[in-house]
Design a protein around this ligand. Structure first.
Ligand code: SF4
Length: 386
């Protein structure tokens, strides 16, 4: 998915015996609508052509279901994802945001919205400002690199995305970018990053195309392409320190830890993802709307009938969550990248291998291992420090 999700969805809490899932999340992912006005070739959402909108009573149940003790530190991120969240419409979105106002004003939650930017208008900008929303825009670089982002008639969305970005800039609303890189764009890191920097954005997360959900595009870069890509990203980052690149920041933060902290296993964030009808899945937003003979619909509960705490507590016992725990243990036993990776994302294991017990995935090779190896390559090129 194209959220700004962190490395492996983990918290910085120390593990304790018998506990592996964090008792509270740092992020709630919400689906205000299943509809998307675009049909990007690599999209993983199976129901993106259907308009099924979240009702205000589901939003109210989510807000009411946030326990008084959450968050125990910082703020809880409420990420409005989709579908395309702006396809909900301004007034409908305002109704969904209203139940969270008390929590927002108390600084207990903060809103994030991940958008393809094509529907941004002055009305949307007014809403972003009124609710102090953080904006993430999905764009993959200049027109040729963004050619996978098309509408339902197959027409390029690039001009409409740039128009949305221009509206944000006109209104002085800051935004971050999530970019997807496929085989065709993996050799063009500099072009992507130069383009994003020219938009005024100062934070980018880069997702190498993944095999997940409904995505049959199959443009995942090879490990060699990925390693070269991250190599170029590190060099660009070094020359452009004003731009923060999520994957670079994560690795540098990890390397700044003490050796003991680097070796620690941390608790996994359950990342509750709540669909338009209140159904909630854990561990990986991509599992929402997915069906499997072994794990059915992955739903751990529904916010209309269960509290979020109940959903997380009960969810920890579900077969797929337990199986993922086994996969993480296998990674811990076998993989030299485990400290930084912490077992990565559950969805990638399932979509690539059909099992959460699998360890290595194309995703972890290209998006975790290749980042570390690229930094190592650069250090080798530069030779020993004197
Ligand atoms: S095998 Fe992959 S998912 Fe597992 S710890 Fe290593 S890099 Fe991460």
């Amino acid at each position: 998915m194209t959220t700004g999700r962190g490395t492996a969805g983990v918290t910085n809490m120390t593990n304790s015996e018998g506990t592996w899932l964090a008792p509270e999340p740092t992020t709630l992912v919400l689906e205000p609508t299943s509809l998307c006005n675009l049909d990007c070739t690599y999209c993983y959402l199976p129901a993106r052509k259907l308009k099924r909108d979240m009702s205000p009573n589901v939003a109210q149940a989510i807000a009411d279901g946030i326990p008084p003790g959450w968050p125990s530190s910082g703020t809880l991120e409420v990420v409005w994802h989709g579908g395309e969240p702006l396809a909900t419409g301004v007034s409908a979105m305002r109704e969904l945001l209203a139940p969270f106002e008390e929590l927002r004003r108390a600084d207990r939650i903060t809103h994030v919205i991940q958008t393809n930017a094509t529907l941004i208008s002055d009305q949307w900008c007014n809403l972003f400002s009124a609710y102090d929303m953080s904006i993430g825009v999905s764009i993959d670089g200049p027109p040729e690199l963004t050619s996978n982002r098309v509408d339902w008639r197959g027409h390029p969305a690039f001009d409409r995305i740039v128009a949305g970005i221009s509206k944000l800039r006109e209104r002085n609303i800051h935004f971050s970018v999530i970019a997807v890189v496929d085989q065709a764009s993996a050799g063009r890191a500099g072009e992507l990053l130069d383009f994003v920097a020219a938009t005024g954005c100062r934070y980018i997360g880069i997702n190498l195309e993944e095999k997940e959900g409904a995505n049959q595009h199959g443009g995942t870069p090879t490990i060699e392409q990925a390693r070269r890509f991250w190599h170029d990203v590190f060099l660009w980052s070094n020359a452009n320190p004003d731009m923060k690149i999520r994957e670079v920041e994560h690795l540098l933060e990890y390397l700044a830890l003490s050796p003991r902290s680097r070796a620690a296993t941390v608790l996994h964030d359950p990342i509750p993802t709540i669909g338009w009808n209140g159904d909630t899945v854990l561990l990986s937003p991509e599992l929402l709307g997915t069906h499997s003979s072994a794990f059915h619909d992955f739903v751990a509960g529904n916010v209309l009938t269960d509290s979020l705490q109940e959903i997380i507590d009960r969810g920890a016992e579900l077969a797929y969550v337990q199986e993922f725990r086994g996969g993480v243990e296998a990674c811990k036993a076998a993989c030299e990248f485990f400290g930084h990776c912490q077992g990565a994302h559950a969805g990638n294991r399932f979509f690539e291998h059909g099992s959460f017990l699998a360890t290595e995935t194309e995703h972890c090779r290209t998006s975790t291992q290749a980042v570390v190896l690229a930094l190592h390559d650069i250090q080798c090129e530069r030779g020993p420090a004197r």
